[in-house]
Ligand binder design. Structure first.
Ligand SMILES: O=C(CO)COP(=O)(O)O
Length: 214
């Protein structure tokens, strides 16, 4: 199981979370990655933790003010890019363009989707992974793997129908090792989570619990 901690724009100490994630990953052998704000990619990557961008633009070098270029996040130390997160929705052409920009740079990619239909569409574009996150459960503390297990099962089936090798992750409300195990039982190959770690008093303790059953 892959555990990707999306720090969103939470006011947490990104480097402290990254150090905790690197420690837990080293101690347990679990694959844990952290996706900080773009401006924090470099210091987070310097901790040694697997580091992802929360988004990359579809544009390349040129007159594109405010863009987050795939080569720039890679230079800063990111090895993957999350695309089309529910809080950073993209048009279809931009998802495709951002995917190609990330791939050309050698970044791993996850395309997020709200539901199994969108998962099928996302999988068709050929990312390394897809993720299903029902928006209504994001930040709720109610885990998708328990609140809506069918959405995870159906997402796995939908991805399998269009692009069988693409792994499906799930996210929203995941906070514990039990939630991660429930996700795995539904066919998910990883989890995306945010508030459970970013808002925790002791992120390392939460991370240890998250990977305890994998
Ligand atoms: O959006 C998410 C991860 O990308 C999930 O957020 P929460 O873990 O806070 O529900």
């Amino acid at each position: 199981m892959f555990v990707l901690v999306n720090l969103k724009a939470y006011p947490c100490d990104a480097v402290a979370v990254a150090e905790a994630a690197a420690t837990v990953a080293d101690d347990t052998g679990a694959r844990i990655a952290v996706a900080p704000q773009a401006a924090h990619i470099e210091p987070v990557a310097e901790t040694g933790v697997e580091t992802w961008a929360q988004h990359v633009s579809s544009s390349g070098h040129g007159s594109h003010t405010g863009s987050t270029l795939a080569p720039a996040v890679a230079d800063a130390g990111a090895t993957g890019a999350l695309l089309n997160h529910s809080e950073r929705r993209l048009k279809l052409a931009d998802i495709d363009g951002s995917l190609r920009a990330a791939e050309d740079t050698g970044l791993d990619t996850i395309v997020c989707a709200n539901n199994p239909r969108q998962v099928a569409a996302a999988a068709t574009l050929g990312p390394d992974m897809v993720a299903v996150e029902p928006p209504e459960l994001i930040g709720s503390g109610t885990p998708v793997s328990r609140a809506d297990p069918d959405i995870v099962r159906d997402a796995v089936a939908a991805a399998d129908e269009v692009n069988p090798p693409v792994p499906v992750l799930c996210g929203a409300g995941i906070t514990s090792g039990d939630d991660v195990e429930a996700a795995a039982d539904l066919g998910s190959e990883g989890v995306l989570l945010a508030s459970g770690v970013a808002k925790a008093d002791d992120p390392e303790e939460v991370l240890r619990d998250l990977v305890s059953g994998i």
